[in-house]
Design a protein around this ligand. Structure first.
Ligand SMILES: NC(=O)c1ccc[n+]([C@@H]2O[C@H](COP(=O)([O-])OP(=O)(O)OC[C@H]3O[C@@H](n4cnc5c(N)ncnc54)[C@H](OP(=O)(O)O)[C@@H]3O)[C@@H](O)[C@H]2O)c1
Ligand SMILES: *[C@@H]1O[C@H](CO)[C@@H](O)[C@H](O)[C@H]1NC(C)=O
Length: 277
């Protein structure tokens, strides 16, 4: 029956456009719903982080480092993780976190891409503090290459980015309400990831220098503060900068419009790339 019905192009299209129309009619309600949710979240109680234990991966720079400071200001004990390398700033981050009010900071050098090392730092944290309250899985890489450069370079990130969202959405059903999960989706945030490392990653100096003019990006400090605020209020998802969320709506409802917006950025990117060569 189902098959017979949707093999008919006309019925198929009709259902599609009716759904779009319905969404259009419902959109004022959805708008108000979003607004109410935003207002409600600003009045929600904040978790008392004093003496709580927070493990942050990738805390030697960028958002991980700044989140460590946000938690430190709230009096949380920290376990901070990054890979072992001579120039690592992890120890300095620990010192600064102590200055800012963290009662105890454990530094562990480990590589999150190795399962046994992950097990080790979680065990170390629980052995040291006797508990673990927040696990911030922040460590990440963003090898942003053009497909033109070398497609094999994508391998280390395959199945991480978008797959993680689906993974945590499913995990949430299994572990709630004992454990709550906050899923973070970010636009561009001004850290090493999108600035300094660009030049070595295949994109050129021009793109790095002009990044801010092409892509609207957010300062790392306000971003880290917004994240920790949201997590401590039990948000299920956080998107920073906020306007990025509207792109998700546009992408699912009007994919063509989404494509047009990105084409605009794409062409500017490509011009800069050409200039570099
Ligand atoms: N900045 C943005 O615009 C943006 C946008 C979307 C998503 N994100 C995500 O936000 C997170 C933080 O990024 P960021 O912008 O703060 O970049 P970042 O400054 O490069 O920080 C990444 C951190 O992860 C650590 N790290 C990398 N690989 C690791 C590994 N295998 N094991 C352990 N630690 C590792 C790095 O430390 P070591 O190199 O010292 O190990 C560093 O502390 C990442 O997951 C990134 O994908 C950022
Ligand atoms: C937060 O927790 C700490 C330690 O558990 C406690 O001493 C403090 O009074 C609490 N603060 C508030 C505002 O409840």
């Amino acid at each position: 029956m189902y098959e017979a019905c949707f093999n008919n192009n006309f019925t198929d299209a009709l259902v599609f456009y009716l759904c779009i129309l319905l969404l259009f009619l419902l959109s004022p309600c959805l708008f108000i719903w979003e607004l109410i949710n935003t207002l409600r979240s600003s009045f929600r109680c904040t978790e008392n982080m004093s003496q709580k234990v927070v493990l942050i991966t990738g805390a030697s720079s960028g958002l991980g480092e700044l989140m460590a400071y946000e938690y430190a200001k709230r009096g949380a004990c920290l376990a901070i993780i990054a890979t072992k390398k001579p120039e690592s700033r992890l120890e300095q981050v620990a010192d600064r976190a102590r200055e800012l009010g963290s009662p105890d900071v454990l530094v562990v050098f480990a590589d999150v891409s190795k399962v046994e090392e992950c097990r080790m730092f979680v065990d170390d944290t629980i052995r040291h503090f006797g508990r673990l309250d927040h696990l911030v899985t922040n460590a990440g890489i963003a090898p942003i290459y053009s497909v033109n450069i070398d497609v094999t370079k994508f391998a280390p990130v395959m199945a991480s980015k978008a797959a993680l969202i689906s993974f945590y959405e499913s995990l949430r059903f299994e572990v709630s309400p004992t454990i709550s999960i906050t899923i973070l989706t970010l636009g561009f945030v001004q850290t090493n990831l999108i600035t300094a490392k660009y030049s070595t990653n295949g994109f050129g100096v021009h793109l790095r220098e002009n990044f801010g003019d092409i892509y609207p990006s957010m300062g790392a400090e306000p971003c880290a503060k917004a994240i920790v605020d949201g997590v401590c209020k039990g948000a299920t998802s956080i998107t920073e900068p906020r306007f990025i969320k509207s792109l998700f709506f546009i992408k699912s409802l009007f994919p063509e419009l989404h494509r047009l917006i990105f084409n605009r950025y794409q062409s500017e990117d490509m011009q800069l790339l050409k200039k570099d060569r």
